[in-house]
Write a new protein. Structure first.
Lengths: 474, 474
């Protein structure tokens, strides 16, 4: 049904990566049909889809060409973090983001990492939840195995094959969301005072865990296209007694890049040479717009030093609170951390997920969401180009549903959030993505929802407020 | 419906506490009717119930008398722990307890802290879960407020009035089970290396959290009737830089006592004098056999130094993974620990619980379970008296569903567990309830289920195996 969307997404990502430039002739319908093993009509559908999106233009008797480039804002700059281990701050700003529930606050939370949960492809999951809820027996109502439901772990093991991983279910531990996986991973490896190297900007949940455990974060310069800077990492490994590297290489949060496979392998080599663990957050990996999904660093791991953390919170629904970790050689320590943190994970959502996956409902849902998010990314970049000041820079997410927006140095997104309160709009200030509160001139915007007038209007208000604040300070 | 059960439970607990002795005349039907404001027929029902249980005997025209005492095993001795802070061990034995799921293992787990989840009074909860599962909206499927659902927090606030606490819902944080509440409480107060005083024997979940965070446990002598020894606590507070006292004063796990109110107040006074926090585990408090339920230490707290931790895991169902904490002055730190540990708690079970409580289904369920557990406690003590060697000592639980069994010094319950494997029976070895692995001559038995031949047979096998092992070593 959405085969043509996958193909269109692939072609558009090649255009974005510069493989085909504006005015270039695109591959013929016949060539693509052979290359991807799909019918001629599927390729034609894909090209018509790209035409609708304004990315490809047909010329009679000559085929399809890349459309003239739309004005797209510049990329964010590479951050220049402190290059020394720091204690993590910014808890007050994180708390401000997570204190509101969408039902009660009436706030349009443009900043949160929430997926769209309205797709009809989620219905079989709800039906399973509802049916299983009626079972008054130990399988649903009592403590399960600390490692998680075997049927679900088997499904997760199967899923991981798509990212290049052959991990038997016995090596997978189900967790209460990716949060618990990351937190357990950190504590399984590090002691208070230890140093953890992180990409920068980086997920605030991990940095707050470092803060809570009394560890230090070493933020590394991170390219908005290729990810963590490996030279800088090597220098840091030389200079500091780093215990672990924590990063999100696929559909990075918040920058949206996918680290090239060569960089993933090089990073693993470095980790081996300096004998440090890698905590890999793959929670967005299955939402990459290109198909097949990108490989994980874990897929190259040979000595169990990579702890792969993920969940169904971004692909299906955060409210399930079901994640997992493949902890490699650290399984025993991770189990201990899980036991002391929450005991076992709730049974009901695990069983419902196992059913949903076993019945083959997951892949169609993923295809649908990838296609929707790819479209709404383009829409959101378009709105930001239109409503934000011309000096605004934005990321080019290759997956997931978050846009990183960079404003001129000196701009204050924490203050922006305060100014937006009267409009009942909230963005995520860039400073929560830095241990030391850098990126205050940046913000993260969520584009998971399908485009609506309400969202367009909110982006317009944010853009206008940004312009006003820039004028006041400038 | 079960008013007479409540009254019978009250009278039987007075008999057990020695207020009425064997052969004593019990209060007249009329006197009890006036004292408790219930009808004469309710009192008569209560007495007939006590007669069925063999606790009261009617004499024509003279009323009811306490029955001649049945042979009951002696009480466990007061433990003599190390009286110095120790690092916590025993993780391997704990892992052995939590690695089996009841569905797959075929193991009769007599040792786990599981309630009975088969009561029909749970049905309204299952119906709510099932109905709410169908809601494909943000209230169920996405991240909620980090503090938890307001409707549930309001219900918990109402419940806490019964334990003498006036805590507004704003001061309650919902957690992923009591495990998360306890773990967050510990980490909110203590740093690695800090000393926490605990009752002894004590809940292994807390001690494993101390281990995971790198803290030390100071086990205090604990009386099987009155709880933690306050003189020993005072000496310890003089001698060591204790940061917090962690204990389960109501329906203690594993000893089953309820700490007298005077001791609770005296303990709080000590905590104030030496300026330490109290982490109070009340997870079994609502399962006290006497009515009204016992007060918490928190109910006497005036300066927010008590962190009250609880959950619905023992009263309703562990699989829900919904608990809470009233963290007093430590709210901000606890929120940080919750955020880094799991993010927000799953919405679906919170909403279902809020409905269940608001509709008044909780109290009838509690009454039913208290009555069932009181009966099966008597049954279990009877079986242990019958099938275990005569030198066996057992606790007198005043609530909840766990019996502590003490065998002669030198007996090894870890070895017993291995010997029981061939019969597919597992008990909880006493050593997991001690930081330093004491109480290896003790074991904990769960009596939550209604008496069945299968359970009686299992207890008989355990008793015979104990006797055989004692003969081999003796």
């Amino acid at each position: 049904m959405t085969l043509y969307i996958d193909l269109a997404t692939l072609i558009s990502s090649r255009i974005e990566q510069g493989l085909y430039r504006p005015g270039d002739r695109l591959p013929s319908v016949r060539a693509l049909s052979i290359e991807h093993g799909v019918s001629l009509s599927t390729v034609q559908q894909a090209y018509r889809h790209l035409e609708d999106q304004g990315m490809a233009t047909p010329k009679p008797k000559s085929g399809y060409f890349v459309s003239p480039q739309r004005k797209v804002p510049a990329l964010p700059q590479v951050g220049r973090p402190a290059l020394r281990p720091v204690e993590v701050s910014q808890w007050d700003q994180v708390l401000d983001q997570i204190s509101h529930s969408p039902e009660h606050s009436g706030l349009l939370q443009l900043g949160r990492g929430r997926p769209d949960i309205t797709a009809p492809t989620l219905k079989p999951l709800l039906r399973s939840l509802s049916r299983l809820s009626r079972r008054q027996d130990a399988s649903v109502l009592t403590y399960g195995c600390i490692r998680g439901e075997q049927s679900l772990r088997q499904q997760i093991s199967r899923l991981m094959i798509d990212s290049g991983c052959q991990i038997p279910f016995e090596e997978i531990v189900v967790t209460t969301g990716c949060h618990e996986a990351l937190s357990a991973a950190i504590r399984a490896i590090c002691q208070p005072g230890d140093i953890v190297a992180v990409d920068s900007p980086s997920f605030h949940g991990v940095m707050q865990a470092l803060k809570g455990f009394g560890m230090k974060a070493l933020e590394l310069p991170t390219d908005p296209i290729t990810g963590i800077n490996l030279d800088a990492l090597k220098m840091a490994l030389e200079q500091w007694p780093i215990k672990a590297i924590q990063l999100t290489p696929n559909c990075n949060n918040p920058l949206g890049y996918i680290m090239p496979d060569a960089n993933k392998r090089a990073l693993l080599d470095l980790a081996q040479r300096y004998d440090v663990a890698i905590i890999e957050d793959d929670v967005y990996g299955e939402l990459a717009f290109s198909y097949p999904r990108p490989r994980t660093i874990k897929s190259y791991d040979r000595d169990g030093r990579v702890l792969l953390c993920s969940s169904f919170s971004k692909t299906l629904a955060p409210g399930l609170r079901v994640g997992w970790i493949a902890p490699g050689r650290y399984q025993e320590q991770v189990l201990h951390m899980k036991y002391m943190g929450t005991g076992s994970t709730a049974q009901l959502p695990q069983l419902a997920l196992a059913e949903f996956l076993a019945a083959g409902h997951y892949e169609p849902h993923l295809r649908r969401m990838r296609s929707q998010y790819a479209q709404s990314r383009d829409q959101m970049i378009d709105w930001v180009s239109r409503y934000f000041p011309s000096e605004t820079r934005v990321s080019r997410p290759l997956g997931s549903f978050m846009l990183w927006v960079e404003l001129p140095t000196g701009f204050d997104s924490v203050y922006l959030n305060q100014a937006l309160l009267e409009h009942k709009i909230q963005i995520a200030p860039g400073s929560i993505f830095s241990a030391a509160g850098k990126y205050r001139n940046c913000l993260r915007i969520n584009y998971a929802s399908k485009a609506t007038d309400e969202i367009e209007n909110a982006v317009r208000i944010v853009g206008e407020t940004v312009a006003r604040l820039l004028n006041e300070t400038g």
